[in-house]
Design a protein around this ligand. Structure first.
Ligand code: C2O
Ligand code: CU
Length: 466
């Protein structure tokens, strides 16, 4: 047997029967004290069906995914991060509007933690919702090796569901021996195209994630795209309900659960009822250009209740500062250029203007505002509380999922209507997208593409809130 691209495209459904039975992830509540240990270390994981070898990975506590961090809104998270990897690392708590010093951005908020060292992360989580954690040093490698975990902040009064399930969607590039394809770390071909896409999809580290549910059971599904670069196009069958939150922020009005595009870094909370009948299956799948494949299978056995539960109310809003008047906002512009089939001819690296070819020789194939690296000066410096209007111009042939640290923002429609709060937004090739947010969290914050190969190859900048 070999793990091939073909199996990714055609095998996922067939493999579903191999899904291991098992409990639903237990919910351990966040504790105070010295901070629970969170070790990043090598381990192994059964990503592929029995018959293949296990895969050597890097994981938090040696597992894929790492332990879920669960707490209630407003509670404190304390984790003593211990780096048992052969290289430096940090932990970034993606989407949490936390104190700047705890953001895990190496060279910006802290020094990267060397092998053998520790760092205490200690912060309060102001928003209820679905978040996640991952390294921010050599993320293109460390995350591809399995370093990530869920961070769930519960509402004081959560909606009535029968199960609350996190689904971490990942995309691995495996060899025929089910090992992580290491030779292609740093491959410029990936860096200058869509990023590192893989040949094996897992949900919570399982290539055929399956659970048994009852007819009319209500599920809260917390989807997180933890892949380096793959964009999932989610659809469902036999599950009917609502999209209730995006990127950890409740929607004011419930939306249909699918179709739903989920770029790297993004999250979506669905509340769905199992409408598939006894003996049938509810499915969560991704419809992509290469084909359609199953992410999660809900095998129906038994009946939870005769009729569906009533339509849920929207989740209560989190305490995010409302936008100020856009006419008086501070303006900034971010032009994204480069990559294959792009128009970028030259950019500045280390103070020198270089042609594309010289940039590529140094591993830089993208530029933002003409610079192929993290700038010395911030993209903008905002006064605390100021509303910022940022125009992002995707002048490239590739989509980019842009992630802003420390804040949530609202993408604006072409006519200027603010959309739902996000922390990561997909910009399409040749699209110009405006986002607005209140810069109310003091510190220096990153803004980068969450296609991790793009970020390391030039798509990384920062802004200051004073
Ligand atoms: Cu999820 Cu700057 O990252
Ligand atoms: Cu990108």
């Amino acid at each position: 047997m070999s793990v091939s691209r073909r199996e990714l495209l055609t095998g996922a459904a067939a493999l579903a029967v191999l899904g291991r039975a098992g409990g639903w992830a237990p919910a351990a509540h966040g504790a105070a004290g010295d901070g629970e240990l969170l070790r990043a270390r090598p381990g192994t994981a059964r990503l592929v069906p029995p018959g293949y070898p296990e895969t050597p990975i890097w994981g938090y506590e040696g597992q894929v995914p790492g332990p879920a961090v669960r707490l209630r809104q407003g509670e404190r998270v304390r984790r003593r991060f211990a780096n048992e990897l052969p290289e430096a690392s940090t932990v970034h708590w993606h989407g949490i509007r936390l104190a700047n010093a705890m953001d895990g951005a190496p060279g910006v908020t802290q020094d990267a933690v060397p092998p053998g060292a520790e760092f205490l992360y200690d912060f309060v989580a102001p928003d209820a919702g679905t978040f996640w954690y991952h390294p921010h040093e050599r993320a293109f490698e460390q995350m591809a090796r399995g370093l990530y975990g869920a961070l769930v902040v519960e509402e004081p009064d959560p909606p009535q569901v029968d199960r609350d399930q996190v689904l971490l969607l990942d995309d691995w590039r495996l060899t025929e021996q089910a090992r992580i394809h290491e030779e292609s770390f740093g491959a410029l071909g990936d860096w200058s195209h869509a990023g590192r896409t893989g040949n094996w999809i897992t949900v919570n580290g399982d290539g055929a994630w399956t659970r048994t549910v009852a007819h009319h059971e209500r599920l809260r599904l917390r989807l997180v795209n933890v892949a380096n670069a793959r964009i999932f196009s989610i659809d469902t069958r036999g599950l009917d309900g609502w999209l209730v939150a995006l990127d950890g922020q409740p929607l004011a009005k419930l939306e249909p659960p699918a179709p739903l595009v989920l770029a790297p870094g993004q999250r979506a909370d669905l509340v769905v009822d199992v409408v598939a009948g006894e003996g049938e299956k509810g499915l969560l799948f991704s419809r992509e250009r290469e084909g359609t494949f199953i992410l999660a299978t809900f095998a129906v056995s038994g009946v939870a209740r005769a009729t569906r539960l009533p339509v849920p109310s929207p989740l209560p809003a989190n305490p995010v500062t409302p936008l100020g008047e856009l006419g008086r906002a501070r303006h900034a512009t971010l032009r994204m250029e480069g990559g294959a089939m792009g128009r970028l001819r030259q950019a500045v690296l280390d103070g020198t203007t270089m042609p594309m070819r010289d940039l590529a020789a140094r591993g830089k194939v993208w530029a933002m505002n003409g610079l192929a690296q993290m700038p010395q000066e911030p993209l903008f410096a905002a006064r605390r509380g100021e509303t910022v209007l940022l125009t992002m111009i995707n002048d490239s042939a590739w989509p980019h999922g842009m992630h802003l640290h420390g804040h949530h923002f609202r993408p604006l429609s072409p006519s200027g209507e603010p959309g739902p709060l996000r922390d990561t937004v997909l910009t399409d090739p040749d699209e110009t997208l405006r986002i607005a947010f209140v810069a109310d969290n003091p510190g220096d914050w990153l803004l980068h593409c969450h296609m991790l190969e793009h970020s390391v190859a030039g798509m990384l900048t920062w802004f200051r809130v004073a």
